[in-house]
Each structure stands twice: as structure tokens, then as C-alpha cells.
Design a protein around this ligand. Structure first.
Ligand code: HGY
Ligand code: MN
Ligand code: MN
Ligand code: MN
Length: 401
């Protein structure tokens, strides 16, 4: 069976921009379809049955033992220009942990599954953890079906992108209680997104509340030169105000707020834009902190928009309240590891969504750069191997006969 390094190297080049080192793996685009093919190949090499739910999530099952399965895994998709580890490390480590258990002759008393959840970053359709939200029934399937990407393709149109020319009729998106009922616990291994770990492996304490809001600024397109300042309705003005207000409100309330994914239309250099859309990402240690931060941003930007004669809209796209992982499972995992630091995270994860339906936990592998969602994201091979050993120890314990 392949070593971890060989497994990692076999997935690493897929979707990487060799110029920047960043990754571009959006759901059902060519790189992600190649990741899906990689997943199926790895499962088949291990005699693991591959299952795909109606939402496009993949599952590989080591179907020994009985009762509910212990599921691990993560996601393939990346943010634009993302790092190599966010998502894929959890999937490669899952197959590597299965190899470790098999090499020692372990026979699970419960099935073990490896998952690849679709659209975790929400970089194509705008809502994060879309695949796990659909599976868990945490988003209305009709709303999800209508989400569109930058080209106007809907999720409903894209969701059969890996099913070949004759997609089966009976696939439907949405909550799958049969599948959820077969899973007893979910443990996601993920690269650390931050700078807290000073040992190779940590355990997640809680996930901060976090959400995304879409900002729409509608002004009046005009000539960049011949239009007097007092005659302008320039949506870029309140937009610029939003960028500063997000930072200042976050500082004031102890939150983290970021404005991104900006689109100014029509986009000419000698044109006053007619409309600007942007996304606000706001997170904080508590729901109230996030609420107060977003309320301040909304108020300040509304004033700026009114001053510039621009219509402003702020609409919530997705929100996840504080996720406090299952305390008993976390305690059991820390014990299985012989002790490990427990740390909160401000990054969202599929484990945070499934926590509403079943006991979930997370392992973090140290990231010496602390950087994530960028090419500098990193984990050393030694720490990755420690992560695989830790995940194997957890699976050995949870799937014990
Ligand atoms: O955005 C997040 O927190 C995660 O990386 N999807
Ligand atoms: Mn991410
Ligand atoms: Mn991730
Ligand atoms: Mn058991």
C-alpha cells in the first residue's frame, strides 16, 4: 500500500496553479472532478465501496463490523488561490489511517467511512459547507438548488456534474436520514488555520460563530471625467466605506470581519460603476459579538450609501452559531491520543455542520506558517504523519469491536 507521502504526492498537483502555488478546485470543475476520480480510485484499491449521496458528497466504506459507522474525511474544494492542505489533508490522512489499521491487522467492530464533502468553501455557489448542510438538512434544498455561480449556472444544474451523460433520475438533493442514521460519529482531521499549536496534533474545542452577508450597492453608471463630483452616485464610495467599517467595527467588538469577493460593474477605468457587489465574512467568539459587529457595519454603510445617493442592501447568506463539539467524544479522543491540546477555531468546517446531527470532533495538524487560504499554508511531513497516527488511534478506539 502507498506511503502517506506517495498518497499525498498523487493528489497534490491536481488543481494547483504552478505559477502562484495556489489551488483552484471549485465543485464540479475539472480539477475537482479529478479529485473525485482520485477518491474513487483510492477507495477501490482498498476494496472500499463508494457511495455518492444526492448532494454530490462521496463516501468510501470499510464495511466491516456492525452498527453505526465511524466517519472521517473532509473536502477537496478550495478557495480561489487556496493552500494545498485545507481539506485534502483530511481525506488523504483518512485513507492513510485506514492503511495503518489494516497493516496492523485491526478488524473494526463498526464500519469505517471516508467522506469528501462537496462545496465546503462555498467558493462557487456562495454558501459554505453546502454539501454537509444539505445532507444534515441545515439548508432548504430548493434554496440550494437555485444558488448560482459567477456564470449563472445553478447548483441544481451542476450537482450531476460527476454523474456522466446519463445521471440517474432518482437523485435528489437534501437531507438524507438513511445515510445520517448509518453514521455514529464524524471525526475530521484538518490543517490548523492559525498559529496556536506548538505540538503536532491538537483537538478542536469549539468553532466560533461565523457568517456571510452579501452587500449590494446600486448607483448610477456615468462618465469618470465629465461627471461633476456633486452629480455622482458612485457605489464604490459606500463600498470603500464598508471595507474600513468592517475592520473598525471588528476591532471595537472583538470580532473578525473581512470584505471580499468584490465585483464592480461594468468595470471600466473611465467609468463610474453602476453597481458593486461584495461579501462580508464576520466571525467572533460569541453570537452577540458577531451580531453587534454586523449591525454597526450595516448602520455605517447605510449612512454612507445615503450620502452618495446609492442604494445599499445587506443580506445574510449563511450563518453558523457557536459549535461546541461533543464533550464526551472530545474527552475520549484526547484520551485515545494520550493527551492533546484543545483549541477553538474561527474557521468553519463540515464537522461544525454535522455536529447538529451526530457526535463530531476535529483533529488539527500543526501549521508552522499559520497561514491558510493561501499558498503559504503548510504542514511538515512529520506532523502529517503524526496526524495520521493520531487519526488511526482515534478510529481504532471508536471502531473497536
Ligand atoms: O471559511 C472557513 O472558515 C472554512 O475554511 N471553510
Ligand atoms: Mn477553508
Ligand atoms: Mn477546510
Ligand atoms: Mn464498539
Amino acid at each position: 500500500m502507498a506511503t502517506f507521502a506517495e498518497l499525498w504526492e498523487s493528489l497534490l498537483p491536481i488543481g494547483r496553479d504552478d505559477g502562484t502555488g495556489g489551488y483552484f478546485r471549485q465543485s464540479w470543475t475539472e480539477p475537482e472532478l479529478r479529485c473525485r476520480a482520485w477518491f474513487t480510485d483510492q477507495a477501490e484499491r482498498r476494496g472500499m465501496a463508494v457511495e455518492r449521496d444526492g448532494n454530490g458528497n462521496l463516501f468510501a466504506w470499510w464495511a466491516e463490523g456492525k452498527g453505526q459507522a465511524v466517519l472521517t474525511g473532509s473536502h477537496f474544494d478550495s478557495v480561489p488561490g487556496g493552500g494545498a492542505y485545507d481539506g485534502p489533508l483530511g481525506i488523504v490522512s483518512a485513507f492513510a489511517a485506514v492503511d495503518v489499521l489494516r497493516a496492523e491487522g485491526f478488524r473494526p467492530g463498526h464500519p469505517i467511512g471516508v467522506a469528501a464533502f462537496v462545496e465546503e468553501e462555498g467558493a462557487r455557489f456562495g454558501v459554505s459547507c453546502l454539501g454537509s448542510r444539505l445532507l444534515a438538512g441545515e439548508i432548504d434544498p430548493d434554496r440550494a438548488a437555485g444558488l448560482t455561480d459567477a456564470e449563472g449556472t445553478t447548483f441544481a444544474e451542476a450537482v450531476s456534474g460527476d454523474l456522466g451523460p446519463e445521471p440517474p433520475e432518482d437523485y435528489r438533493i437534501g437531507r438524507d436520514d438513511d445515510l445520517l442514521g448509518r453514521i455514529g460519529s464524524f471525526v475530521e482531521l484538518h490543517v490548523e488555520q492559525g498559529r496556536a499549536l506548538d505540538v503536532p496534533v491538537g483537538v478542536a474545542g469549539a468553532i466560533w460563530p461565523h457568517g456571510r452577508w452579501r452587500m449590494d450597492f446600486a448607483g448610477r453608471g456615468d462618465h469618470a471625467g465629465s461627471t461633476r463630483l456633486e452629480d455622482r452616485h458612485d457605489p464604490m464610495q459606500p463600498f470603500a466605506h464598508a471595507v474600513i467599517a468592517a475592520r473598525e467595527a471588528a476591532e471595537r467588538h472583538g470580532a473578525r470581519a473581512t470584505v471580499g469577493r468584490v465585483r464592480a460593474l461594468p468595470g471600466g477605468t473611465n467609468v463610474i460603476a453602476s453597481q458593486v457587489t461584495a461579501w462580508l465574512d464576520a466571525r467572533g467568539p460569541g453570537d452577540e459579538v458577531v451580531r453587534a459587529t454586523v449591525a454597526e457595519i450595516r448602520e455605517r454603510v447605510s449612512l454612507a450609501a445615503a450620502f452618495h445617493g446609492v442604494d445599499f442592501g445587506l443580506s445574510a447568506e449563511s450563518y453558523t452559531s457557536l459549535v461546541d463539539f461533543d464533550a464526551d467524544l472530545r474527552k475520549r479522543i484526547v484520551a485515545a491520543l494520550g493527551g492533546a491540546p484543545v483549541l477553538p477555531t474561527a474557521a468553519g468546517h463540515d464537522a461544525g455542520i454535522l455536529a447538529a446531527r451526530l457526535p463530531t470532533a476535529m483533529l488539527f495538524v500543526r501549521n508552522p506558517t499559520g497561514v491558510s487560504h493561501a499558498p503559504e499554508e503548510h504542514a511538515t511531513e512529520a506532523d502529517c504523519l503524526a496526524g495520521v497516527a493520531a487519526l488511526a488511534a482515534v478510529l481504532r478506539d471508536l471502531a473497536a469491536p
